[in-house]
Structure formats: structure tokens, C-alpha cells
Design a protein. Sequence first.
Length: 169
Amino acid sequence: MASREERLMEWLRDAHAMEQQAVTMLSSLAGRIENYPELKQKIEEHLAETERQASMIESCITRRGGDTSTLKDLAAKFVAMGQGISGAFVGDEIIKGSMAGYTFEHMEIAAYRVLVAAADAIGDAETSAVCARILAEEVKMAAWLDENLPGVTAKYLAREETSGVEAKH
């Protein structure tokens, strides 16, 4: 049976791998968006935020005496690369990418809620504060996507119906 400290470290490494996966996915999508400037800008902003989040989680792991799992991070990047590439082949990539982003944000929200509770349970106030800060950023991004999915969808549908206009990305 894992101790609370061991479990927290495992979950922190999972969060680090998750953020690395997010960096790969966001980079891939942002690089292909051409016709949705507001979405592209928000994804690029969140990409920078995500890179910082990965660094913050890595600092928590290091401070607690651990290291990130290279194998886990590589596996996450491989999965994310496959997801990023697969989006290039669907006609409604901007919609599928937006839906995937919305879903991923909620997975991150759940992960950081767990991390805050676990850090609090062992009295690690610094890790709790870091995870609470990241949680707030993920909630903000999920809310932005929630508010903007209808508009992105409407723009996509209008572009798709217009002859000679690219809707995909």
C-alpha cells in the first residue's frame, strides 16, 4: 500500500506528464489554426501558461525529493503527438480540437482538485498553493472554452457553407 506521500508524488508526476501532453497538443493545434484568430490567441496564451505550469509541478516534485518520470513524460508526448496529427486529417478539426480542449481542461481541473486535497492531507502547504493556482488557471480556460464554443461552432458552420472558404482550421 502506498503512503500518502508516495501517492502525492505519483499524482504530481502524472500531472507533470499531463502538462507535457497538453503542451504538445496545444502547440500542434495552435500551429494549424488560420481562420479563428481569437481561439488561436487564447490557445497560444494557454500554451505559455501550460509550459509554466509544467515547470511549477516539476519544482514541487524536486522540492519533495523526487524527479519526473522520463518514460511517463515520453509516453504522454507520444500520445499527444498522435492526437495532434490525427486532428490534421479530420474536416472539422477546429471543432474536434475545441471539444478535446474543453474535455482535457476538465480532466486537469479534476487532477488539480485531487492534488490540492492530497497536499493538504499531508500538510504540504507549498504544493497545495501551487496546485490551487494552477487549478484556478485551468478553471478559467475551461470557462473561456465554454463561453466560446458556440461562437466557434457558428463561425465554422458559416465558413463551411461559403464556397471557396476554408473552415477546417
